[in-house]
Design a protein around this ligand. Structure first.
Ligand code: AKG
Length: 294
């Protein structure tokens, strides 16, 4: 759906000025969006996911392990398919304020795409290099958005998300290197043109939620602090945005309609859509792709 049509629909949760800000700047920060009781439930469910990873010795599509991971001292970069591990997560994705915010930003018909937990463990949790989500999951239009739900307070030393305001209105940069190998990151040579010097840092208290547009350039530094930065990373798409490629993490809820109804048409935007490699045979994570090329 075109942005003007999205904005013409009555809002469910956001102020109109916030919806306009999202389309102008490519992101929004919503402090205090998640109430304390829900946060406690999510943290408890995530603790169980971490416990399930203790016996794991090698990264897989489900658990992406950081160096030094052990049963006594688990260090995960990412857990995927978590919506299939505990109903608390799926209830959050389907029956909370998040899909209402997605409606306000993308239009009335919304599908769930994926949920991952990024951990950013204390004392070294991994960097996420500058990238644009649309390069990972092209659709017939740019109507997808990614939420980060801060499960703990996030300060400047914890590797907070950084985004480049307005970058969603610029080009979609290459995420392959000169040898046509997927890097999952914008090439170093393009970073100046991408405007990284203009980046803003999204810190906030536990319960804060940020959301960014699929074309917004974003990344986050390594966590140098003594406190971990666990965050749920949740993506929704407008139901009229049809994916061109297989989803990396096909959980049982992938593609579920969480608001509105099935569309009768696909919406095509005129732009050059990048194509990632075919991950239908399996995916690891953005961390492993970016690490391989560093
Ligand atoms: O966790 C972060 O800081 C970045 C999340 C992100 O962009 C991703 O996982 O693709």
């Amino acid at each position: 759906m075109h942005r003007d049509d999205v904005l013409a629909h009555p809002a469910r949760y956001l102020e109109q000025a916030q919806r306009v800000f999202f389309y102008e700047e490519g992101y929004l920060v919503l402090p205090g969006l998640i109430e304390a009781q829900r946060l406690r439930e999510l943290r408890a469910a995530l603790d169980k996911v971490v416990d399930a990873s203790r016996a794991v010795t090698r990264s897989s599509d489900r658990f992406d392990l950081e160096k030094g991971h052990s049963p006594e001292s688990p260090r995960l970069r990412r857990a995927a398919y978590v919506d299939d591990l505990d109903p608390v997560f799926w209830a959050f994705c389907a029956n909370s304020v998040l899909p209402d915010v997605a409606v306000d930003l993308l239009g009335p018909d919304i599908r769930f795409r994926e949920l991952m937990a990024n951990f950013k463990w204390a004392h070294g949790g991994a960097e996420v290099k500058w990238h644009q989500d649309i390069a990972f999951y092209p659709h017939t239009n740019a109507g997808t958005c990614q939420f980060l739900v801060f499960l703990e307070d996030v300060g400047p030393e914890q590797g907070p998300l950084r985004i480049i305001p307005g970058s969603h209105r610029g080009p979609i940069f290459e995420h392959y290197d000169a040898n046509r190998e997927w890097t999952g990151a914008i090439n170093e040579a393009d970073l100046c043109a991408a405007g990284v010097s203009e980046a803003v840092t999204l810190t906030g208290a536990a319960g804060t939620v940020s959301v960014h547009h699929s074309c917004t350039i974003h990344g986050s530094a390594c966590n140098t602090s003594a406190s971990s930065r666990p965050a749920l990373v949740i993506t929704y798409n407008a139901a009229d945005a049809i994916p061109y490629t297989a989803v990396p993490y096909p959980s049982s809820h992938y593609g579920s309609l969480v608001r509105g109804c099935e569309p009768r048409h696909a919406y095509h935007e005129e732009r050059r859509m990048p194509l990632p490699p075919d991950w239908s045979g399996g995916y690891t994570s953005i961390f492993s792709h970016q690490e391989r090329k560093s």
